[in-house]
Design a protein around this ligand. Structure first.
Ligand code: PGA
Length: 254
């Protein structure tokens, strides 16, 4: 039996307009999903209101893919934590590698976004992970240590981490179970230094990067892997449901 309740979050990225989001959610609601797993979907902003309506009496959580660090103001195209909360959002992803690569996100902006979201009572998933170059030059742990160093300002009770090796995101390449466990155990050690050992044992560390039904059980079965942040496979009812079921099996020790 695993001590931490698994968390499976679907990062839909820039996919699913209102109609598509609604039919994906209706599909998930028709599945008899296990209740031993926290399942969350993160639609694009414009699909959030319709998703919130459909999910209002369900145990599937609703997340956003980003949030700004201020409540309001002259920040063109940004969305604030109070706005997300008003729309029914309970979770938010920050620091995703696509934000870091394409939109200049840094460790510091990611932590500021997370802080403001937590002040609004939102759960945050802070994404970290090394690039292929960094892995090949043996910098993985140094990069992870630097990326994690900013979470000390956050409330650990509303915090999850997602370890997503950048080379595995959307590429079909997955970290081996040993690579994932090694990185997750390193992340947990850093969390022990930042918080304390009891707290670090309570924080969920998700794996992300080409997680799919075929590899979900092996990866989530690792001691320090507490679930997944799923991109491509979260866009399909059968695949996302299968990953949630695999996580439930891991939690039950099967
Ligand atoms: P992927 O994306 O599952 O499509 O690799 C994961 C992520 O970017 O969160």
């Amino acid at each position: 039996m695993k001590q931490r309740r698994p968390l499976i979050a679907g990062n839909w990225k820039m996919n699913n307009n209102v109609d598509q989001a609604s039919s994906l959610i209706e599909g998930l609601l028709n599945e008899d999903l296990p209740q031993s797993v926290d399942a969350v979907v993160c639609p694009p902003y414009l699909s959030i209101p319709a998703s919130a309506m459909l999910l209002s009496s369900s145990t599937i959580g609703l997340g956003a893919q980003n949030v700004h660090w201020e409540s309001s103001g002259a920040f063109t195209a940004e969305v604030s934590a109070p706005m997300l909360k008003e729309a029914g959002v309970e979770w938010v992803i920050v620091g995703h590698s696509e934000r870091r690569t394409f939109f200049g996100e840094s460790d510091s902006t990611a932590s500021q976004r997370a802080l403001r979201a937590q002040e609004e009572g939102l759960n945050v998933i802070v994404c970290i992970g090394e690039t292929l170059d960094e892995r090949e030059s043996a910098e993985t742990f140094a990069i992870l240590e630097r990326q994690i160093s900013v979470v000390g300002i956050l409330d650990p009770h509303l915090l999850s981490l997602a370890y997503e090796p950048v080379w595995a995101i959307g590429t079909g390449k997955t970290a081996s179970t040993d690579q994932a466990q090694e990185a997750h155990s390193f992340v947990r050690k850093q969390l022990t230094k930042i918080f304390d050992s009891t707290t670090s044992q309570q924080i969920r560390i998700l794996y992300g990067g080409s997680l799919k039904p075929a590899n979900a059980h092996a990866l989530i079965g690792q001691e320090d892997v507490d679930g997944g942040l799923i991109g491509g496979a979260s866009l399909d009812v059968a695949s996302f449901s299968a990953i949630i079921r695999a996580a439930a099996d891991c939690a039950a020790g099967d």
